[in-house]
Ligand binder design. Structure first.
Ligand code: HAM
Length: 429
């Protein structure tokens, strides 16, 4: 579980602002969900024999003896909330969420025990149009953040009947090659054989390459759905790879599944993953409701962006107010509060904790501020303030204090503050 220090939080804020803006632009509304749910919710939705539920959940008994779990993912809680608040009655819903998830995995680069996801869930739409639109949305995430080296992998897991029949064929095939399976695959052979297809062990490669493929045994509805999706992706100009071994680690999926992967992150290569889960709402007590969603792993996305030198949201102050002497200290506080009243956008840092002129100017410089505002005995007497540009070759000037608001407003305009806050609107992406 990581601390996120001030040097990295501007990147987080930049990524979150960009993704939030895009999700809103595609018609998704934010939903905020609790970090803790009844354990049973996850067992019923993710699946009792998945790695997450068997080995990775932070589960505890609360004071009433109820079994609770820190959420390992967002979909189950989102469906629970929709059912609890009647959000799915004869209507479509497009929802998104952001927050920490918890899995007791073996930590390594890109894999943590507390990590963050931005996820989206779309309910009530059965056709491949929403699958395509969701994938377009994720593709736009990368485009807007300037990420190029990602590949879309796609598969169809078909209907549950087709999956059941396929499962039997796969088990029979793997039983016939038992001597070539590694320990992990033997353990999963009867409990979760489809997950064996996802094995990253190179010694398993030849046997898995020869395994029967679910994609070749889809029933007609699933086939039509998948072909429809491929056609729409072609229309949208989104390149994809079909990966018949993409099975996902959660049991609620059927039909479309997808992952965005990159070679730049080492073993933890999946940046974003999702798929269709048309059976889950009913399984959790609602009416049958088609649904599809995805989640982006923010730590991985941010690792990728940091490596590429992405700066994120600017947080440096615009101005730093230096005050020398008691009278200037008092007047400085008043002036700073006045400026904040008049210019709500202004980022102004007031020197606190004393220090001589030189020391304060050094702090001003270190703060990253573009301007230092100087208030000493002379300025207090004359009702003025000196302005020193810290990043631009411009001469220092002294202004009457009553002109300072106007002066700073013009500077803020110049610096295109809005452009920095909203790279999408500013057309920089
Ligand atoms: P997931 O594949 O388990 O899917 O996780 C989605 C993404 O979260 C992964 O691709 C990865 O980027 C990130 N992630 C997962 N585990 C970790 C970890 N231990 N450390 C860092 N990042 C991690 C789901 O969670 C589904 N709920 C996605 C979904 C939403 N499907 C439909 N709707």
């Amino acid at each position: 579980m990581n601390d996120y220090l001030p040097e990295t939080t501007p990147i987080w804020a930049g990524v979150e602002a960009t993704l939030r803006e895009l999700l809103t632009g595609y018609g998704y509304s934010e939903i905020r969900l609790p970090l803790v749910e009844q354990t049973e919710l996850f067992a019923r939705s993710i699946g009792a024999v998945t790695d997450i539920v068997e080995k990775e959940m932070y589960t505890f008994a609360d004071r009433n003896g109820d079994s609770l779990t820190l959420r390992p993912e967002g979909t189950a809680g989102c469906v629970r909330a929709c059912l609890e608040h009647g959000l799915l009655h004869n209507q479509v819903q497009r929802l998104w969420y952001l927050g920490p998830m918890f899995r007791h995995e073996r930590p390594q680069q890109g894999r943590y025990r507390q990590f963050h996801q931005i996820g989206a869930e779309a309910f009530g739409m059965a056709g491949p149009d929403i699958d395509a639109e969701l994938i377009c949305l994720t593709a736009r995430f990368w485009k807007c953040l300037g990420i190029q080296e990602v590949t879309l992998q796609l598969n169809s897991l078909g209907s549950s009947a087709a999956r059941g029949a396929y499962r039997d064929r796969l088990v029979a095939f793997l039983e016939a090659h038992l001597d070539r399976l590694d320990e992990d695959s033997r353990r999963r052979l009867y409990s979760n054989p489809l997950r064996i297809l996802d094995s990253k062990n190179p010694t398993m490669e030849p046997v898995l390459a020869a395994a029967p493929r679910l994609m070749e045994q889809l029933d007609p509805d699933s086939r039509r759905h998948f072909d429809g999706l491929l056609e729409l992706l072609e229309v949208a100009g989104i390149a994809y790879e079909i990966n018949p071994r993409l099975v996902r680690g959660l049991d609620y999926y059927g039909d479309t599944v997808f992952e965005w992967v990159t070679e730049r992150l080492g073993a933890q290569a999946t940046l974003c993953a999702g798929g269709r889960y048309d059976g889950l709402v009913e399984q959790l007590g609602g009416r049958p409701t088609p649904a599809i969603g995805f989640a982006v792993g923010l730590e991985r996305l941010i690792a990728l962006l940091s490596e590429a030198g992405y700066a994120g949201l600017k947080t440096d102050p615009d101005a730093y107010l230096v005050t020398v002497g008691e009278a200037a200290g008092r007047q400085g506080l008043m002036l700073a509060e006045q400026l904040r009243d008049r210019l709500p956008d202004l980022r102004l840092q007031l020197n606190c904790g004393g220090g001589n002129f030189k020391a304060q100017l050094k702090r001003a410089d270190r703060s990253g501020a573009r301007l230092a505002l100087l208030l000493g005995e002379d300025e207090v007497k004359a009702g003025g303030v000196a302005v020193k540009f810290l990043r631009e070759a411009q001469p220092q000037q002294t202004l009457p204090q009553e002109r300072l608001t106007e002066f700073l407003a013009a500077c803020l305009d110049d610096w295109r503050r809005l452009a920095e806050y909203n790279p999408i609107r500013a057309g920089e992406v």
